[in-house]
Design a protein around this ligand. Structure first.
Ligand SMILES: C=C(O[C@@H]1C=C(C(=O)O)C=C[C@H]1O)C(=O)O
Length: 246
């Protein structure tokens, strides 16, 4: 039986996909690429065995375990998870959430309550959630859809950077999580494939469509930080605690 794996369809996950596709492991799995929200829902519904899921979604799972030493994380600014705003965050009245996100929507809520100490109205199904033209409405946006948008708003908050200001910790947005015990032998092979993908980031970069409005090399090599370190695990558990207290 092949293990079913759902991974994120954004650029941040391309190094992992490269590693998996260049390993024997590819023959032992069924891989699908999904938005983070769909990765989480597939794992919760047991449609897959492992997902690169937003860590916030573990709060909706009766059983979960981390099955890799790697994650989608950052130490300081990540450059693809933002609150875009037309006014200072302190004056924001409404925030549109991103339907593709579970972690960053919750991170925004945690920071609004505990760091900025404001209570704007949260809007879940905004018609055009990717933009905000209203002077007092901001939006949470994640992933490739943020590329090139940083200069379009007068107030821009990188949520991994704000989390670091708040806690002094790095952040882990998504981790490879299983909904059932996975054999150690598979975990070991999986880690080797993921690491190989990270080691081949310069190859991955050659396969990406170049952009003039976003530094893909800086993003994959420096802004994203893929090691699931003890500090990131500490941040993960602290983040889950803050979400529970919302
Ligand atoms: C850094 C990012 O991390 C992500 C953010 C996620 C979320 O907010 O739920 C989930 C997976 C990652 O793709 C990003 O998407 O830009």
């Amino acid at each position: 039986m092949k293990l079913k794996i759902s991974a994120v369809s954004y650029t941040n996950t391309k190094p992992f996909i490269y590693g998996i596709q260049h390993a024997d492991l590819l023959n032992k799995i069924e891989l699908s690429l999904d938005t983070p929200t769909d990765c989480a829902q597939k794992l919760i519904d047991d449609k897959v065995d492992i997902g690169l899921i937003p860590v916030a979604a573990t709060l909706n799972m009766p059983y979960w375990e981390i099955v890799s030493d790697y994650c989608i994380g950052a130490v300081g600014p990540v450059n693809s998870v933002f609150i875009f705003s037309n006014c200072d965050i302190k004056d924001v009245k409404r925030i549109q959430l991103d339907p593709e996100s579970r972690s960053s929507n919750n991170l925004a809520k945690v920071l609004l309550k505990n760091f900025w100490k404001i209570q704007p109205e949260l809007i879940v199904d905004a018609e055009d959630y990717t933009t905000s033209t209203d002077p007092k409405t901001a939006c949470v946006l994640i992933g490739d859809r943020t590329f090139g948008k940083k200069d379009k708003y007068p107030f821009v908050y990188d949520l991994a950077e704000e989390w670091q200001k708040f806690t002094g910790l790095p952040f882990c947005f998504a981790a490879w999580i299983a909904n059932k015990p996975i054999p150690q032998e598979f975990i070991d092979e999986f880690n080797v494939a993921l690491k190989s993908g990270l080691d081949h980031r310069s190859e991955v970069l050659k396969e990406l469509t170049p952009r003039t409005d976003f530094d893909l090399e800086d993003y994959l090599m420096h802004k994203l930080d893929f090691d699931l370190t003890e500090k990131k695990k500490e941040a993960l558990h602290l983040f889950l605690k803050y979400i529970k207290d919302l």
